[in-house]
Design a protein around this ligand. Structure first.
Ligand code: FAD
Length: 340
C-alpha cells in the first residue's frame, strides 16, 4: 500500500482539503475545529470541499458534532482496534483512505499525536510534510499550498511548497488558526469506514492510561493570561503572578527561561516551543520579549508589559507598557482590581 516518493502522479486526480481529526478518550480535540476553520478559508472561491477523517471506536455522537462546523464530509474510521491511539493502527487506517480518495491537501494538528502520526502518514503515502506551520495560503498563480513556519530558531519565517508530490501535507500549530464557527444546521454527511486492520498490525499497544496527577491548565482557551519571565527572579516569584491571575480569573503563563530554570512546569510555557495563545488580555511580567516568546502570544487582543528596562523589546509589541519593578506594580494592580 506504500507509494514511492517521486512516483509519477497525475495532479488533476487530487482534490479537496482533508483535516485529520483528533480525539482523546472519545472527545474531539480543539485543534480539529481550528484546522476546519483554516481549511474552509483555503477552499474559498474553489471547487474543493472540506473533509475530516477521524479514527476511533463507538464515538458516532461526537463525530456528528463536526458536521455543525460546515464540513462537507466526515470519514469516520471505526474499529475496536482504534479505540486508543496507536501510531501503527491510526497511520495504516488513515493512509489507506488517503491513497484511495486522493485529497489535494492534508492538515494535521502539531499536537503530540499529530507530530507522531504526520511524518508516518507522509512516508506511507510517499509525499512530503512541512512541520509546525503557523500560516497557510494558496498561491493564486498555480494553486499550490504556501506553508510558512519558523526557521533558524524562530529568527526568520520560511515559506515552503511541495512542488511535485500530492497530497501537500502540513502539521499546524495548535492555537494559531481561528476555530470554525459552530453553525445551527449541519450540511455534510458522515461516511463510516471499516478499515482492513488486524490485531498484528499494531505493534505497540496502549495497556493502561495513568493520569499524570498534575492539574492541567488550558492556556489555549484562556481569556486572560498573566505570564512570568526571568524578571521574577526565582520560583517563589510565581506566587505574585498566580495571585494576579487568580484575581483576574486567568491562567499562569511563563517564558521558556523560567521553565529551563525549573521554576515552573513546561505546560505553562508560551512561545515557539511552548503553547500558542491568543487571549483577550496577556500580561507579560519581567519578560524581555524575545522573538520566540512573541511567536506564541503576539496575536493577543491586548498586551500589557511590566518591565524595569524601558528598552525591552516587549514594549514594541504591547498596547500598554509599565516601566517598573513587577514587585511594586503587580500589588498596585491588584489593589486597583479590588476597587472595581
Ligand atoms: P530575559 O530575556 O532574561 O528577560 C527578563 C526580563 O525581565 C528583562 O527584560 C528584564 O529587564 C526584566 N526584569 C528584571 N527584573 C525585573 C523586575 N524586578 N521587574 C520587571 N522586569 C524585570 N522563549 C519563550 O519564552 N518561549 C518559547 O517557546 C521559546 N522557544 C525558543 C526556541 C528556540 C529554538 C530558542 C533558541 C529559544 C526559545 N526561547 C523561547 C527562548 C528565548 O529566546 C528567550 O531566551 C526567553 O524568552 C527569555 O525569557 P525571559 O524574557 O523570561 O528572560
Amino acid at each position: 500500500m506504500r507509494r514511492k516518493v517521486n512516483q509519477a502522479i497525475n495532479l488533476s486526480d487530487y482534490k479537496d482539503i482533508w483535516v485529520i481529526g483528533e480525539q482523546r478518550e472519545g472527545k474531539i480535540h480543539p485543534v480539529t475545529t481550528e484546522l476546519i476553520g483554516e481549511a474552509k478559508k483555503l477552499v474559498e472561491g474553489t471547487a474543493n470541499q472540506v473533509m475530516v477523517v477521524i479514527a476511533g471506536h463507538n464515538i458516532e455522537a461526537e463525530v456528528e458534532k463536526l458536521l455543525y462546523y460546515g464540513v462537507d464530509k466526515v470519514y469516520y474510521i471505526n474499529s475496536p482496534l482504534l479505540e486508543t491511539f496507536s501510531t501503527d493502527g491510526y497511520s495504516k487506517a488513515i493512509a489507506e483512505l488517503i491513497l484511495e480518495k486522493k485529497p489535494e491537501i492534508v492538515l494535521v494538528g502539531a499536537t503530540s499525536i499529530g507530530r507522531d502520526i504526520g511524518p508516518r502518514l507522509a512516508a506511507k503515502i510517499g509525499t512530503g510534510l512541512v512541520a509546525d506551520c503557523t500560516k497557510l495560503e494558496i498561491d493564486p498563480s498555480d494553486g499550490k499550498l504556501l506553508q510558512t513556519r519558523p526557521a533558524f530558531g524562530g529568527n526568520l519565517m520560511a515559506t515552503i511548497i511541495c512542488p511535485i508530490n500530492r497530497p501537500q501535507m502540513a502539521t499546524v500549530r495548535p492555537g494559531v488558526m481561528k476555530k470554525a464557527v459552530h453553525e445551527a444546521n449541519a450540511v455534510g454527511v458522515v461516511e463510516k469506514i471499516s478499515p482492513t486492520l488486524k490485531d498484528e498490525d499494531i505493534v505497540a499497544k496502549v495497556v493502561e492510561m495513568i493520569p499524570s496527577g498534575k492539574k492541567r491548565i488550558n492556556l489555549t482557551d484562556a481569556k486572560i493570561i498573566v505570564s512570568g519571565g526571568r524578571g521574577i527572579k526565582g520560583p517563589e516569584g510565581f506566587d505574585l503572578i498566580k495571585a494576579l491571575a487568580d484575581k483576574l480569573g486567568g491562567e499562569v503563563g511563563s517564558s521558556r527561561a523560567c521553565v529551563d530554570c525549573g521554576w515552573i512546569d513546561h505546560m505553562h510555557q508560551v512561545g515557539q516551543t511552548g503553547t500558542t495563545v491568543r487571549p483577550v488580555v496577556y500580561i507579560a511580567c519581567g519578560i524581555s520579549g524575545a522573538i520566540q516568546h512573541l511567536a506564541g502570544m503576539s496575536d493577543s487582543d491586548y498586551i500589557i508589559a511590566i518591565n524595569t528596562d524601558p528598552e525591552a523589546p516587549i514594549f514594541k509589541v504591547c498596547d500598554y507598557g509599565i516601566v517598573g519593578d513587577l514587585k511594586e506594580v503587580i500589588p498596585a494592580m491588584m489593589e486597583e482590581v479590588d476597587k472595581l
